[in-house]
Design a protein around this ligand. Structure first.
Ligand SMILES: *Cc1c(COP(=O)(O)O)cnc(C)c1O
Length: 350
């Protein structure tokens, strides 16, 4: 009999399943109706995240996309321009929601997920101009997903937010993977968030929770966010069951992100040496490995299919761009095995 082994799933860090310990914490969570403010687990999670991020208040929301949409609604007016880095999640992966919900248009600046305060100043359009869309918001993604999980340089983030403040532009941090940024950079979460008016972090990525993101900001902004969350259909009831997973993750799953980063590094180092692959090791700073296939190589979909045959799941981000993401459900051994099989799938004769 052939042993059927589960594939090594490196498509995303969202594919994790709650561990037995996390499930126990969820099952035992004290709950109440959160729309009356009476869910003790949600309240605890919000207080803990507010404390960790150094903000007055926090709000539990169903997804990172909803956090971003609430931020756009709170910090912009219809017709505003929002400045983001190249290939920002808000611009590319939210199904057009920013335009539909907040009525904003995006402009991408910089390259590879980074931009500078000079880029920001050059792109920023003044309020009151007769034809230009006023820039209402600048948003930074840390880490930047499509940029390969790169950490946004903190001094630059601070300079951008200072420039924005001087020009009356709001600043938002899409920190879906901020815990990865903190571990990789050694900079504390509160310091990473400090320059921004509002920030969000995801529990359902590297932290291994089944559901949820948390926004943090001033008490005034978070009070306004409660209403927008309701408008978007994201107000929940006994959501302490989900918040308990977040509390468990804060206790158990932050420091271990360093292992995911080391595993991504090991995969990247093996792949970077292969002919026909463009992989800049400088972009492999956290748990994401993005690489491109040279002309003459099979396309991304073919490599994804070959890898799948070999029991390794990865994602095609574009016609010639691939992504592998490490997470708490793949061990060091599984990652090393995956790297070998991926390499074989890539160099296999066409
Ligand atoms: C995943 C992600 C989100 C959205 O998260 P969902 O929970 O999938 O809606 C937002 N921003 C970034 C940078 C992400 O990687």
């Amino acid at each position: 009999m052939t042993a059927i082994t589960e594939p090594v799933d490196l498509r995303s860090d969202t594919v994790t399943r709650p561990s037995p310990g996390m499930r126990r914490a969820m099952a035992q969570a004290p709950v109440g109706d959160d729309q009356y403010g009476e869910d003790p687990s949600v309240n605890r999670l919000q207080q803990r995240i507010a404390g960790l991020l150094g903000k007055e208040a926090a709000l539990f929301v169903p997804s990172g996309t909803m956090a971003n949409q609430i931020a756009l609604k709170l910090l912009t007016r219809p017709g505003d321009e929002v400045l983001v880095a190249d290939e920002a999640h808000m611009m590319w992966h939210e199904a057009g929601a920013g335009a539909a919900n907040a009525g904003v248009q995006f402009s991408a600046i910089g390259t590879g997920g980074h931009f500078t305060s000079d880029d920001f100043r050059a792109a920023c359009k003044p309020a009151g101009h007769i034809v230009l869309p006023p820039t209402g918001l600048v948003a930074i993604e840390n880490t930047h997903n499509l940029g390969g999980g790169i950490v946004f340089p903190q001094e630059e983030a601070a300079a951008i937010c200072a420039a924005a403040r001087a020009l009356g532009v709001a600043c938002y941090l899409d920190g879906a993977r901020l815990f990865n940024a903190a571990i990789a950079s050694g900079i504390g979460l509160a310091e990473l968030v400090l320059p921004f008016d509002l920030a969000s972090v995801a529990l359902s990525k590297g932290l291994g929770c089944p559901v949820g993101s948390v926004m943090a900001g001033s008490a005034r902004d978070i009070a306004r966010a409660v209403r927008v969350r309701r408008m978007f259909g994201g107000a929940m009831r006994q959501s302490g069951i989900l918040a308990a997973a977040g509390l468990y993750a804060l206790d158990h799953n932050i420091d271990r992100l360093a292992a995911d980063h080391a595993n991504a590094r090991a995969i990247a180092e093996l792949l970077a040496g292969l002919p026909g692959i463009a992989l800049d090791l400088a972009t492999v700073q956290t748990n994401i490995v993005v690489f491109r296939l040279d002309a003459g190589m099979p396309d991304a979909a073919s490599i994804v299919a070959r890898a799948k045959e070999a029991g390794i799941l990865i994602s095609a981000l574009g016609p010639r761009t691939l992504r592998a993401v490490t997470h708490l459900d793949v061990s060091r051994d599984a990652c090393l095995r995956a790297a070998d099989r991926l390499a074989a799938a890539i160099i296999e004769r066409q």
